[in-house]
Design a protein. Sequence first.
Length: 270
Amino acid sequence: MKTFAIGDVHGCFDTLNLLLEKLPVQRRLIFIGDIINRGPKSLETIRAVMRMKNAECLLGNHELHFLAVCAGQRKLSPSDTLDPILQAPDLDEIIDWLRHRPMALYDKGFLCVHAAVHHSWSVKDCLKQASRVEEFLRSDKWEAEIGQIFGKQQWEKGLKGLDRLRAIVNVLTRTRYLNEDGTMDFSQKLSPGDTPAQFIPWFNYPGRKTEKDPIVFGHWSTLGETDCPNIYPLDTGCLWGGSLSAMKLSKHPIYIREKAPLYRSPKSEV
């Protein structure tokens, strides 16, 4: 069975359906995270993904934000489009499903994450750290403590407890750029061509342990194409009038894309 990774959907349900029509009927799907929020049909999207056979979905920053809102630990922002899910009769089922999704996975030789992999981590390290967050979300502590996994915590060896979870979440779901000392930057969101040179795309950091490992990720809609070996970005700006992308996980990856309408203007984020 062929496996396809799919980039950030953000509730763009109609475009997702058109993309799926281009894929083989017999397939395995890996959604790379951020299937909900900002777009027009988050409830329809998450219900559809939940019903899919042979499909998995990583947790992105928008899914974690949603869970924290459900737990009363975060407030909705003006740009959120989560109300239909919050008011849905199957909300509890949706919450339970999300709490049991992975933060990272390894499939057909590809490491799949929502945003990034820390430069000091191997594939094994990444999966181990991801499992710590997964274990927390599936525990009885998640509802009372999920608000504490948000914040500008840097990764370093020796972290424990919620500090460690917060740093792992930042790596896996928030990172785009690193500073010259390897710490995460939390402000830059534009393409490398539009960003000061002192900020380094996470995958270009010298000595990254996963340089030889194929990595599929989303989160960075402004990134565009990159010639970095073994790096496969899949957020191609569906929400912003770009396209929704799928990529076959194989020795010679193949991209399938569906052009999207302008669901949301970037000016609305300012």
